[in-house]
Design a protein around this ligand. Structure first.
Ligand code: ACM
Length: 464
């Protein structure tokens, strides 16, 4: 591959052949169907007199255009042009397609709500990295974020909490500030439609039978008997309050999921199933019944790998996060897997041992660690997903810091095949891609550590 002017591309394309000359840009792009290109694939031929874009499908055309945007220089990532006159593209041919069909990021809008505008912006950032699944974690112990007209208390009561834990899971600190928010049905339809325009599928997640305390607070009959009134949880961690696996709770959640199906056209619908202390056979049956319900409605359920412990499930997508052995367990049981290991691609975990690292929690997962994530391929591996849990990310500025540039490294793992060399990646990121993030207004973590205003001396961490 002769990269020359193409060496700035991220994620790296399958093949790039440079040719002499440049093409003035913007230029007309002739789009043609791409015979023999794999799904989402494209071929760009850049000549002095114009650009031809062959595309396997709509996503392929979209990714070809993202590649042109990268070749046009970092200012092409600004909201408006700040230059007079044309830029130049290097001439040559790029042929490209992704390694994995599922290139996802989990986005937790329950622990800290993100406004609709923030979600739309995050979709833009995924699309700029050729990532294509937004796994939107909409419900948890700390907040319910989907307007659900059948059960209005889910948002009027479950959509906010009185206070939040600041930093570590095991301390007394609370901020004393109400926190909340939810998306109307129209907001969600807009998010789904906008994501589709950016070649991103929104996979909604409603977490059962644990991580459901916001729903239990709204409708206490969904939970176990309690002497004290329920509150939307003001702590982080794993709550022991589970849904009561009764027929009426099951009916309630069948109605909730039908509402979710009405909003989200995604083939895959996520039902959670993670971190359920004290789980019983009745809880497993509850999860299985919701999975069966989704299948009966023509969709494919997705659950975290804990659901495997209940056995006897319909064919699902399993999000393998706990340990990689669970991927083979899932495949043996007839499921497909999305690989999202906690020791590999958790963006909430601390990204350095720097003394000023803000709210350092979890395992050390620096940029090189993310780039070194080696997922197995295979017919049952649908893809990979990075996870952006938001307990410690109370603003979108914190989210930018946690996500970038590690998510840029992950995007290359998700898209590109072949050997990876961090020493080759790092200058490409530093010299070409970080300027794009600057132009987009992303407040990423600088490679040498946080800026003073990115530190959080007010909030203790909990490194592992
Ligand atoms: C998870 O991190 N609880 C899937």
């Amino acid at each position: 591959m002769t990269m020359s002017g193409f060496a700035a591309l991220l994620p790296r394309p399958v093949s790039a052949e440079a040719a002499p000359g440049t093409c003035p840009w913007p230029a007309p792009v002739e789009v043609r169907p791409g015979a023999n290109l794999p799904a989402e694939g494209y071929r760009l031929t850049i000549a002095p007199d114009g650009v031809t874009l062959e595309a396997a499908d709509a996503a392929g055309e979209f990714y070809g255009r993202q590649t042109l945007r990268q070749l046009a220089g970092p200012d092409a990532f600004r909201a408006a042009s700040i230059h007079n006159g044309p830029a130049e593209l290097p001439c040559g041919t790029i042929t490209d397609h992704p390694r994995f069909a599922w290139r996802g990021c989990l986005y937790d809008v329950s622990r800290h709500f993100r406004t609709k505008a923030e979600v739309l912006r995050f979709i833009d950032l995924l699309a700029a990295h050729k990532l294509n699944v937004l796994n939107l974690h909409l419900t948890d112990d700390q907040g319910w974020r989907i307007e659900t007209p059948e059960f209005p208390r889910l948002t009027s009561v479950g959509g906010w909490r009185k206070s939040s834990m600041v930093g570590r899971h095991d301390g007394p600190e609370r901020d004393g500030r109400p926190h909340g928010g939810y998306y109307t049905v129209d907001d969600l339809r807009e998010i789904v439609a906008y994501a589709a325009s950016q070649a991103v599928t929104v996979v909604p997640e409603v977490d059962i039978p644990g991580h459901a305390r916001a729903a239990i607070t709204a409708y206490p009959e969904l939970g176990p008997a309690s002497d004290t009134p329920w509150e939307v949880w003001t702590s982080w961690g794993i709550s022991t309050s589970l849904l009561d696996p009764s027929e009426s709770a099951l009916d309630f959640f069948r109605t909730v999921f039908d509402h979710v199906l009405d909003i989200f056209p995604s083939q895959v619908i996520a039902l959670g199933g993670d971190e359920v202390p004290g789980v019983t056979e009745a809880h497993h049956r509850f999860v299985r019944a919701i999975a069966d319900h989704l299948v009966a409605r023509g969709r494919t359920p997705m659950g975290w790998d804990e659901v495997l412990d209940g056995g006897d499930l319909p064919a699902m997508v399993i999000g393998v996060w706990q340990d990689r052995e669970r991927a083979s367990l899932a495949v043996k049981a007839g499921h497909e897997v999305v690989l999202c290991p906690e020791d590999g691609v958790y963006l909430d975990h601390r990204q350095s041992d720097h003394p000023d690292e803000p709210i350092p929690v979890g395992y050390l997962q620096d940029l090189e660690h993310f780039y070194g994530f080696e997922p197995e391929s295979g017919p049952h591996v649908r893809g990979v997903q990075a996870q952006l849990w938001s307990e410690h990310l109370d603003t979108v500025r914190r989210t930018d810091y946690a996500a970038f540039p590690r998510l840029s490294a992950f995007a290359e793992v998700a898209w590109s095949s072949g050997p990876r060399d961090y020493a080759e990646f790092l200058p490409r990121l530093r010299d070409h891609h970080l300027p794009r993030l600057d132009a987009l207004g992303v407040e990423y973590r600088p490679l040498d550590g946080p800026r003073p205003w990115q530190t959080r001396p007010d909030a203790p961490g909990r490194p592992r």
